[in-house]
Structure formats: C-alpha cells, structure tokens
Design a protein around this ligand. Structure first.
Ligand SMILES: Cc1cc2nc3c(=O)[nH]c(=O)nc-3n(C[C@H](O)[C@H](O)[C@H](O)COP(=O)(O)OP(=O)(O)OC[C@H]3O[C@@H](n4cnc5c(N)ncnc54)[C@H](O)[C@@H]3O)c2cc1C
Length: 192
C-alpha cells in the first residue's frame, strides 16, 4: 500500500505515526483518562488553483472556498480562510445581481467569474500555481533537513575547535552538491 503526504510516498501510514505519538510516555500521561468527544479530518488540496473544478458556476450553482480549489498550501503555510470568505462574498454579490435579473442560469451567474478575475483570490493563487511542484521534492524533507541539523549541531557545538560558517556549511551539506543547492534555491525563490 502507498501512503502519501504532499504527494510524497511514506513507508509508515500516517495513522500509525499518530498512534505512536499518542502512546509516547510524555503524551500518554497527559491524555490518560480522557474521553474522545469528537474527531474529524480535513484534507487540504496541495495543487491549489490547478485543482480547481473546470467550472465554478453553472445553472443554479456557484463554487466557493476549498471546493473551488481556493487554497494555498505552501508547506509551512496553509491559507484558505480569506479566499473562502472573499469568494463567498463575491458569490453573494453574483447571486444578488442574478436576483435582479430574475434568473439563476449559467449566464446570469457568470458575473461570478468576472468578479473572481478582478479579485485578489485568483491573482494570489495564480502567483503560486507552481509552488506544489517545488514542494513535492522529497529532498526538501530528507537531505535539507539533515543538512540544517548537521549545520546547527556542528556550528554551535562547543568542543574547543574554532568553526567558520562557510566551512561548516560545506561539511554539513552531505550528498547535496553546490549545483543542487543553487538549482533548488532558484526554484524556491521563483515559486514561493
Ligand atoms: C490543519 C489546517 C490548518 C489550516 N490553517 C489555516 C490557516 O492558518 N489560515 C488559513 O487561512 N487557512 C487555514 N486552513 C484552511 C482553511 O481551513 C480552509 O481554507 C477554509 O476552512 C475553507 O473554508 P470553506 O468554507 O471553503 O470549507 P470548510 O471550512 O471545509 O467548510 C465546508 C463545510 O461543509 C461541510 N460539508 C461537507 N460536505 C457536506 C455535505 N455533503 N453536506 C453538508 N455539509 C457538508 C463540512 O463539514 C464543513 O463544515 C487550514 C486547514 C487545515 C486543514
């Protein structure tokens, strides 16, 4: 079976990782005797605007918020509340205009598409439309994490050896080449 997180294959199912966390002695003692009252899950589409349905309005309907693909998932940032609120507001505006026309067919509701085009919602989502292609790279979650750990450990270790940032960095980069680092830096700066 394949378990995916950010389009990246994991060896361990996510629910096993959560179970391991829940049973960790530090956590277990904090939740001991607790009673489960509610649980839920919420999927966040990582492809952003690329995952938008082909039509955001039609005869008698408008699509807003996450359902419309208006979610930005940039690894450390998940942003969608403002897009959901603004697309909801624009949808209400479109419905009010359709109401004035006395019909709610695709043509009357098409104003929603125009309002979206003029809004920050599509502008911002389009700016980051390729972010998921950069963030899907497994190197970010393996080699770079190792590199940062090594760098910080070596740089701050007090063992009587003088450390310079440049040479410590070169010692810490593991199997990443300087070309990898340059290419990834450019891709991150261009897309995030
Ligand atoms: C872990 C996490 C952290 C996040 N952090 C942030 C953040 O810091 N900032 C930010 O801006 N955004 C954040 N988001 C994203 C944000 O939560 C969403 O973008 C936002 O909630 C989208 O609003 P929505 O109204 O489109 O959808 P939702 O909030 O998902 O609302 C949809 C509702 O429809 C209900 N529903 C679904 N199917 C049916 C059905 N068949 N019948 C009736 N009801 C149904 C659901 O139960 C839900 O209540 C985060 C998301 C997650 C998962």
């Amino acid at each position: 079976m394949v378990y995916l997180s950010y389009g990246y294959q994991l060896d361990i199912p996510v629910h096993d990782l959560i179970e391991e966390f829940r049973l960790h002695p530090m956590v277990k003692r904090l939740i001991k005797g607790g009673q489960l009252l509610e649980y839920s899950a919420h999927l966040t589409p990582v492809a952003g605007i690329n995952a938008a349905p082909p039509k955001l309005y039609g005869n008698g309907y408008l699509v807003v918020g996450d359902a419309a693909g208006f979610l930005l998932h940039l690894g450390i940032i998940i942003r969608g509340v403002d897009f959901a609120m603004e697309s909801g507001r624009l949808a209400a505006e479109a419905v009010t205009k359709a109401h004035d026309l006395g019909k709610y067919d695709e043509e009357s509701l098409s104003i929603y598409g125009k309002l979206l085009e003029g809004s920050f919602v599509l502008r911002e989502l389009r700016t980051f439309r390729n972010a998921h292609k950069v963030l899907i790279d497994p190197r970010l979650y393996n080699d770079y994490v190792r590199m940062i750990n090594n760098l910080l450990r070596r740089y701050f270790e007090v063992d009587g050896t003088p450390r310079k940032l440049g040479s410590t960095f070169l010692e810490s980069k593991g199997k990443l080449t300087l070309i990898d680092l340059a290419k990834d830096a450019i891709r991150l700066v261009m897309n995030l």
